[in-house]
Write a protein that binds this ligand. Sequence first.
Ligand code: ZN
Length: 327
Amino acid sequence: MHVIEQVKPKIFRLEIPIPNSPLKATNAYLIKGERRNLLVDTGINRPESLATMQSCLAELGVDMADTDIFLTHMHPDHSGLIGKLRTETTQLYAHPRDVERLMLMLDSENRKDWAYKVARRNGFSEAEAVAMRGRRGSEFPEETDLQFAFVTEGTVLTVGDYSFRCIETPGHTPGHVCLYEPDHKLLLSGDHILGDISPNITHYWGDGDPLGTFMESLNKLAQLEVDLVLPGHRRPFLDCRGRIAELAAHHRQRLDEAFANLADGALTGYQVAARMTWDMRFTTWDEVAVAQKFFATGEALSHLRYLECRGAIIREERDEVVYYRRK
Ligand SMILES: [Zn+2]
């Protein structure tokens, strides 16, 4: 069973499954043109996902030799199948900052080391960090010879009657790009704005301010006239500005929560995550799977970093572990 939904003339939403994930599926979008088609995002690199994508493309009569691929961002649930779907005549498009990150992640040893170091540095036990090192799977593309044409702010991609303008929306990743079609008031929002769930904003290392840039990117999109949002997960929705206001309010509340948790002294990102409320079913933090703890910690850290960048809290390092405390 696969899902193809026509969302506009010549624009189709393809639901590509993510096995064993609470996210359930990634939305890829196929835009049919006269000479060339554009596929926006691909789904994760798993056999079930590839099979679904291939049957969707067959049903729509799409030949990948006549189709280019645009990535909203480099996460594996969006980029994973790019190497398997491309042909010699397929042009790949993405933002240079995410291409750089993707290339780092294509080296699996690199990826595993990164997960281990991040976990240890932010307060995971040695055993949990080792488990995290072991579990970084092969959901990224396996092909290492991917060649991209770079898109940046204002790049226009024309497909049939649609002219999509690239809008840089850093936050979820540093090189996240949304596609905006001003004549049809359409926004392909990737994982920058989702309808039913809030995009994961994580921070793992010492630089940047992902949540701050995410909030700025939300404000930037609030200026656009949008009648239909086509997100990277779950259902399309209509009220772009309303959803932006909800997401901003959600993060303000999370910032208060993170700050409140530092009332009794310095804590690691891991410890703050353990004290925050999550939309997950568990009674004690100990029973949460290590991968979920990793994401939760990344989310807590993006909020701590935001507070740190605005002078509300201080970051300190002791024995190569990072702690946050109030001033
Ligand atoms: Zn995603």
